[in-house]
Design a protein around this ligand. Structure first.
Ligand SMILES: [Zn+2]
Length: 302
């Protein structure tokens, strides 16, 4: 089945809800970065949560970068997502392994650590500076951290849960989650009722391990008949890197550095941190880039 993100609103307009199945997306990240269980869970949860966050606060054409650093063994987690359902990301230490519990999950909080921050950089339009905000990590479990961010930085009271199941052979069994947000006008009593229903709802881990759909949670919380499903959007792992783009980076270097690549290394290769794709530059490629670099310097000196 293809990965998707569902957007819904309650018929009274007081709550918004999102559910996501991102199993293939997280599996693609796992394959590209060869991550093992703790790193897969930490990166996978961040990917799932970032897709929901983007869908809930960005508009078409906008994107965001999320950095999570909690001083735990996985190190920095960096994810880029946009409002169209595209996501890419990596984790600094891809091969961290931790024991799993009965639900077949690792302690992600331990893997990420919580002595650190979550940073969100929103690219809202090409003619505006990116908007950056930082919050402390709540628990390093990722779901809690995104919930805390939404409350602190976006002033949107939310409940967000994400889960990634990793098989014994390190492949991804399932990945998904949900996000519920209070809209203006919802009373404390209505919020309390929703909170109670969330507590009793089927667990994401359980749904995913039974190969069931994450939207079951929001159907349970509000009742299917009280929800309007607005949109089903495909989500996917997608990196926009190219040989041309990295070539531009090389041309941005000092001509001396490019000459060294030509004379000593007889070529260069660049690996994209986000997707792991490798691009090779021959001596001839580099000579073309050297001309660009020299022209740039000349122009600047004029
Ligand atoms: Zn890439």
């Amino acid at each position: 089945m293809k990965d998707y993100l569902l957007k819904a609103i309650t018929k009274d307009g007081l709550f918004r809800a999102y559910a996501i199945n991102a199993t293939n997306t997280v599996a693609e990240a796992q394959k590209r970065h060869q991550t093992t269980n703790a790193s897969s869970s930490a990166l996978g949860r961040t990917i799932v949560a970032s897709l929901m966050l983007s869908a809930s606060i960005l508009e078409a054409g906008q994107s965001m970068t999320i950095r999570i650093y909690g001083k735990g063994p996985v190190g920095l987690i960096l994810v880029d997502a946009n409002a169209n359902g595209d996501v890419k990301g990596f984790v600094q230490n891809p091969q961290v392994e931790l024991p799993t519990n009965d639900a077949n999950e690792v302690d992600v909080g331990k893997a990420v650590g919580k002595d650190g921050f979550m940073q969100v950089i929103k690219n809202l339009s090409s003619d505006r500076q990116p908007y950056t905000s930082n919050v402390h990590l709540a628990s390093g479990q990722i779901g809690d951290d995104f919930t805390y961010y939404l409350k602190q930085s976006e002033q949107i009271p939310s409940a967000l849960d994400v889960s990634v199941l990793v098989n014994a052979n390190d492949t991804i069994g399932a990945a998904g989650g949900y996000l519920i947000q209070k809209m203006p006008g919802a009373t404390d009593k209505q919020v309390a009722k929703v909170e109670q229903r969330i507590k009793k709802a089927p667990k994401i881990t359980q749904l995913l391990s039974e190969d069931d759909q994450p939207e079951k949670v929001i159907d349970y919380v509000f009742g299917r008949e009280n929800l309007n499903y607005l949109q089903k959007m495909p989500v996917q792992f997608k990196c926009s890197c190219s040989k041309k783009n990295f070539g531009r980076d090389i041309a941005g270097l000092n001509p001396k550095q490019i000459k060294t690549m030509i004379d000593q290394d007889h070529g260069a290769s660049v690996v994209c941190s986000f997707c792991g794709n490798r691009y090779k530059y021959s001596e001839d490629d580099l000579k073309d880039l050297l001309v660009l670099s020299e022209n740039r310097i000349k122009k600047n000196n004029r």
